[in-house]
Ligand binder design. Structure first.
Ligand code: PHB
Ligand code: FE
Length: 325
């Protein structure tokens, strides 16, 4: 980090606002976001910053760490949250240039939401694939609150059960994506035995996913206690590196995703995983990962939603890896 990275264009020219949270200050210019904290400054391309910020907001700071890049991010402690610079980069910590501040989650969330709204221009959709959105660049030009406020589907039991999260259809604004025109849209027929009417449910998951208008944004389609099925459609690059605080499973339904796996503490490279249709992988609880999807693909992320699992992993009650071979 060097001092005085700050944008030479003034807010009165660009039209954007400056945001503060604790000892952090956030600025944007036509191309970059600038993050200042007591140990220095950091800059990121504004499209990368806004797509990462969008995920942190939409997922309520997610499980564990949401790293916007190698330097800046947040770590969720469920009620409070750390915001950091260089905390998981060995060079920063070794030279004492890392910085971390803790916030009440709802207070930091308020700043993040205001920043996302002010810095997102009309036509730029931070959830969309690069080929399906306008640009993030330039001076302030309207907003896209309609896109950034759209709710993530989170089923209480299962998508499509009356009263639960609805199925996606042409009529409710979810046409089939250009990449999935060949996906069968038939719904399964459920024939319940006498006495079980109204107790069985099924839906076409591939059809549901083929109609997703967002990328890298898992929806919760079924819930069994702490077992959450969170499928998603992916295209281009996961805008964050996720530092896990629990294990999670990936099942690749279609096409291909390459995962870069790094050490959760130091960010040193640990593995590269190539997932093709039918491949299953188990991510350990002490890594960070980022996915690359050359074509729009269908991925199932299987999460453990337990509010205790991260502490059990830390104190060794449950293992760091979900399976040993
Ligand atoms: C993950 O961090 O595991 C993750 C997040 C979003 C996705 C896929 C995977 O779309
Ligand atoms: Fe993850």
């Amino acid at each position: 980090m060097t001092a005085n990275l700050k944008c030479t264009l003034d807010n009165s020219v660009t039209g954007y606002e400056t945001f503060k949270a604790g000892n952090f200050t956030f600025d944007r210019c036509e191309y970059f976001a600038y993050i200042s904290c007591p140990t220095g400054e950091h800059m990121m391309p504004i499209d990368a910053f806004l797509t990462a910020l969008m995920r942190d907001i939409a997922w309520g700071f997610f499980y564990g760490t949401v790293a916007f890049d190698d330097v800046f991010g947040t770590t969720n402690h469920y009620g409070n949250v750390d915001m950091f610079v260089g905390k998981y980069s060995e060079e920063y910590t070794r030279s004492g240039r890392d910085y971390l501040e803790n916030f009440k989650s709802d207070e930091l969330m308020e700043v993040f939401k205001a920043m996302q709204s002010n810095w997102t221009n009309e036509g730029f959709d931070p959830f969309a694939a690069p080929q399906e959105t306008g640009s993030a660049w330039g001076r302030k030009n309207g907003n896209n609150d309609a896109a950034i406020d759209r709710a993530r589907e989170t089923a209480k039991r299962m998508v499509g059960i009356p009263g639960d999260a609805p199925l996606r259809t042409d009529e409710n604004g979810y046409p089939v994506n250009r990449a999935f025109l060949d996906v069968d849209q038939e719904q399964p027929v459920v024939e319940a035995a006498p006495g079980f009417e109204g107790e069985l449910h099924a839906f076409n998951l591939f059809g549901f996913l083929s109609r997703s208008d967002v990328t890298w944004n898992p929806s919760i389609v079924s819930v069994v206690r702490q077992s959450l099925f969170c499928p998603t459609t992916e295209e281009y690059i996961l805008p964050i590196e996720h530092g896990n605080d629990r294990v999670e499973w990936f099942i690749q339904f279609s096409d291909e995703i390459v995962w870069d796996i790094k050490d959760g503490e130091t960010s040193k490279p640990r593995a590269q995983v190539v997932m093709r249709p039918g491949d299953v992988s188990a991510m350990p609880g002490d890594i960070r990962h980022q996915g690359f999807s050359p074509k729009r693909s269908l991925l199932l992320v299987w999460e453990n939603g337990s509010p205790e699992i991260m502490d059990m992993i830390k104190d060794g009650t449950v293992p760091m890896v979900p399976v040993e071979f």
